[in-house]
Design a protein around this ligand. Structure first.
Ligand SMILES: Cc1cc2nc3c(=O)[nH]c(=O)nc-3n(C[C@H](O)[C@H](O)[C@H](O)COP(=O)(O)OP(=O)(O)OC[C@H]3O[C@@H](n4cnc5c(N)ncnc54)[C@H](O)[C@@H]3O)c2cc1C
Length: 384
């Protein structure tokens, strides 16, 4: 039985509780049998379905919603992740990929793309990382040189989620207004651009569409530039700042699923003449899991609530939420595998799947070590 008491916390309003209930019904009806072998096909199908049924409307402001509601995003990610990792991925990337356009794009860019990413008609990608600059974002070497009334991009991006299936990539490239972080700009590149090549499809422990992509003399028009030249780093960080807490929400969803599987297992499995859950050491694990889940939820929804309440930046709150929730989920899932015994490592078992799903969340959108640096700087700046 899922513990929904957190929905009574003061971070939430009635509309959040209603949405959570509606999404739970939707997820039960639609996510029982997602194909994890052909993940590109699954992602395409899921983006279309999430769009058709209105869930992607929450990934970018527009229509009735004038601004993004991070609590809604987090609740959706948590719920989808609890049901299926690919469904969460498909939803999340529509938000992150479209984020630079929804927060920093002009009216024409927003009108051209957001209705499509919100309806599921266009799949979105966020192309920041390069082979030689992962955590070291300011070291990006993909070049965008001015050419007549447009720009020409040359270089390589890697680990790009939705790479190979995206209709639109937001690409960060060096335009050279200044050295390092101040010389980057953000561009919209259409997946159909013949000079955007898929150099490699990358297989990972929990499969989802990922690619290394290459730009070879890739021309885009001047209206592909998001914001002003030199604002790319600000645009990338501003976007990641909003979505970072929702990575924590996805981790929370994985952890809650691991907890539910474990609680059921501990009640059903009998050892030494009694349910497994009667063993005090197993109870100790279950108590630790429950505490970590509540602590993660508090940090995730604190960060989301702070952003929704008008905080200009939530760097510290979002970094704490992402760091703690992803690390805690790893521990919770590891305990779940342990309590399941051999079944915990049986290929295809839900906890085995979670064990693979959680790992990358401690690396992408800022590795845990990087979050610690961010938190340390933020608390030092605040004088606490
Ligand atoms: C599944 C997956 C999906 C991804 N999707 C996308 C995407 O859609 N778009 C995109 O642009 N990128 C994406 N990435 C890339 C991701 O953001 C990078 O992998 C991440 O930023 C780390 O970069 P790196 O892999 O080059 O590792 P490196 O930068 O080489 O870092 C390796 C390790 O060094 C340590 N480290 C790094 N910096 C510091 C520091 N300052 N202090 C202390 N320790 C540090 C950390 O332990 C880190 O994990 C994805 C990655 C994965 C695995």
């Amino acid at each position: 039985m899922l513990d929904k008491s957190f929905l009574g916390w003061p971070f939430f309003e009635e509309r959040h509780r209603a949405l959570a209930e509606k999404l739970e019904t939707w997820a039960n009806a639609n996510l029982a049998a997602v194909d994890h072998d052909d993940v590109e096909a699954s992602c395409r199908k899921l983006v279309a379905l999430l769009g058709k049924d209105g869930w992607l409307q929450h990934t970018a402001p527009g229509g009735k919603e004038a601004q993004l509601d991070v609590r809604t995003l987090a609740l959706i990610r948590e719920t989808l992740a609890r049901h299926d990792g690919i469904a969460d991925f498909a939803f999340a990337m529509q938000g992150l990929g479209a984020g630079p356009i929804s927060f920093f794009g002009n009216d024409a860019q927003r009108a051209a793309w957001l209705p499509k990413t919100r309806s599921g008609e266009a799949i979105a990608a966020f192309a920041l990382t390069e082979p030689a600059s992962g955590s070291d974002v300011a070291n990006i070497s993909t070049m965008a040189r001015r050419d007549g009334d447009g720009f020409v991009l040359d270089g390589e991006k890697t680990w790009i989620s939705n790479g190979g299936i995206a209709d639109i990539y937001v690409v960060f490239a060096r335009t050279g207004e200044a050295p390092g972080a101040k010389g980057l700009s953000a561009f919209i590149v259409e997946g159909s651009n013949p000079r955007l090549k898929i150099a490699e499809r990358i297989a990972v422990i929990a499969p989802h569409p990922l690619a290394r992509i290459r730009f070879e003399n890739c021309r885009v028009s001047a209206d592909a530039l998001i914001g002003k030249p030199g604002e790319g780093f600000k645009i990338a960080m501003g976007t990641l700042d909003v979505f970072r807490a929702t990575v924590g929400a996805a981790a929370l969803g994985f952890a809650r699923r691991a907890f539910a599987e474990t609680a059921a297992r501990a009640a059903k499995r009998h050892l030494f003449g009694a349910p497994l859950g009667n063993l005090q050491m197993v109870q100790g694990h279950i108590a630790d899991m429950a505490v970590e889940i509540d602590a993660a939820a508090l940090l995730v929804y604190r960060a989301a609530w702070a952003k929704d309440s008008g905080a200009a930046r939530v760097t510290r709150e979002a970094a704490m939420a992402k760091l703690y929730a992803t690390e805690a989920a790893q521990r919770v899932i590891d305990a779940a595998v342990q309590i399941h015994g051999g079944d915990g490592v049986r290929a295809g078992h839900p906890v085995e799947n979670l064990y693979r799903e959680i790992r990358a969340l401690r690396i992408y959108e800022g590795a845990s070590d990087v979050q610690k640096v961010v938190i340390a700087r933020a608390v030092a700046a605040a004088g606490s």
